[in-house]
Design a protein around this ligand. Structure first.
Ligand code: TYD
Length: 208
């Protein structure tokens, strides 16, 4: 079972995923918790290039290809082996982020980005994707209140960029209604957590 979590910056998804992971491990499931871009030493190096604030001249297509390259390496080294071992993989961001950020906000086109990602992933789609639905205003104001967080190259984009990310995410949700479930992430952490937990348990129960 391959489960991914998507949403705009500041949707609270990383906090919730960690809680979900801890609960499911406690219940005895074998779980791999991982994230993109990154997840393996090679992919983390690619992540550093992508998110480095000094790389102001990184071309948008190069950026899209780097995300896809990092994703492939992550699949080969971590995700596919874990799925083969029968584990549940929880991944913080995956190809829908590329569709929203590079396809939509960078204006490279959803179709173009889907094509390079189908090549990179050999058409590995998640079994389930939870989309944390929160407007860019709420998301970005949460980030600005998080004093520990250092803004990366993408956090520092304009509000038009973040509006476009959000709008494209909603389009992507409509493209894959069977796979992607939206939850209202403007609610409290406990409420969002409970909703995400119920959705995942239902999916796991369907399998057994
Ligand atoms: P990260 O700090 O992991 O963000 P978050 O905690 O919000 O998940 O940084 C990842 C950034 O990279 C984030 O702004 C989204 C962006 N991104 C893309 O633009 N394309 C992609 O394919 C992925 C996976 C992430």
């Amino acid at each position: 079972m391959f489960i991914t979590f998507e949403g705009p910056d500041g949707s609270g998804k990383s906090t919730i995923i960690k809680k979900l992971y801890e609960e499911l491990v406690k219940e005895g499931y074998d779980i791999l918790l991982t994230r993109e871009p990154g997840g393996t030493p090679i992919s983390e190096k690619i992540r550093d290039i992508i998110l480095d604030n000094n790389n102001t001249n990184l071309d948008y297509r190069t950026e899209a290809l780097l995300y896809a390259a990092s994703r492939r390496q992550h699949l080969v080294e971590k995700i596919w082996p874990a799925l083969k071992r029968g584990e549940i993989v929880l991944c913080d961001r995956y190809l829908d982020s590329s569709l929203a950020y590079q396809g939509g906000a960078r204006k490279l086109g959803i179709k173009n980005i889907l094509d390079i990602n189908l090549f990179a992933t050999e058409k590995t789609y998640p079994d389930l994707t939870i989309f944390f639905d929160v407007s860019p205003e709420v998301g970005l104001s949460r980030l600005s209140h998080d004093k520990k967080r250092i803004a990366d190259r993408l956090d520092n984009e304009t509000s038009n960029f973040h509006d476009s990310v959000y709008k494209t995410f909603l389009e992507v949700c409509d493209m894959y209604p069977e796979r992607i479930i939206k939850i209202d992430a403007s609610k409290s952490i406990d409420e969002v957590y409970n909703e995400a937990y119920t959705i995942i348990k239902k999916k796991l129960d369907e399998l057994h």
